[in-house]
Ligand binder design. Sequence first.
Ligand code: MN
Length: 258
Amino acid sequence: MTNETLINLASEMASGTIRVVDLTVPLNEDTPIIGLPPEFAQSSAFKLEQISQFDDKGPAWYWNIISCGEHTGTHFDAPGHWITGKDYSDGCTDTIPPQKLVAPANVIDVSKESAEDPDFLLTSAKLLEWESEHGKIEPGTWILMRTDWSKRSVEDFLNYAEDGPHTPGPSVECMEFLTQERDVIGFGVETVGTDAGQAFAFEPAFPAHTLMHGNNKFGLASLTNLDQLPPKGAIIVTAPLKIVNGSGSPLRVIALTS
Ligand code: MN
């Protein structure tokens, strides 16, 4: 066995031939979080409380206590997040095998469609069209849905109306196609959650959650900088905090790309 591949990787990273792209949004008290209908319990926004900062409480050190819901900012959805995925023995943040936390990414650019229609739904037809140009979606790879939603103001990002949020996402048959026909590792988005804003009314409701997690697959929400990735060829590192029995966690998503 040779480590030539890793030596080449290190050299290409050092020379800048391979770039490192941060797909993570900043995490502070203003980071938008999902709001559920009032009959359900709500999550909490990110909070940072200072313990000390070079003062009487700690003369030479600065540190904080952080708190937030598991699904805050750029975050990972584990299979155990959803009722369809609750029984997988390797489906929570501490039990997912680390080998599954580094994988190639396919970036599907539907930014134009999403700008024209906030309720735009990704379909298998669109994915087949993408495949005809870029090749087949391989098993164990991510689908990242580029909508440029991360470039919006907070209000337009959440895009609430009287009948609920209006944000793009995947159709039911798109999730069936990706889980059954392509065996992807997960589905990532720039919006606040992996499902479309109106997906509560789909059959089944919330197909990204219901079908991805039901098949022991992952989700990534509130990604950014997807416009800096090629359609195919990037590798992303998506390691959530090792919360025991966690349903997900904020994380830093890092892409290696040429
Ligand atoms: Mn989530």
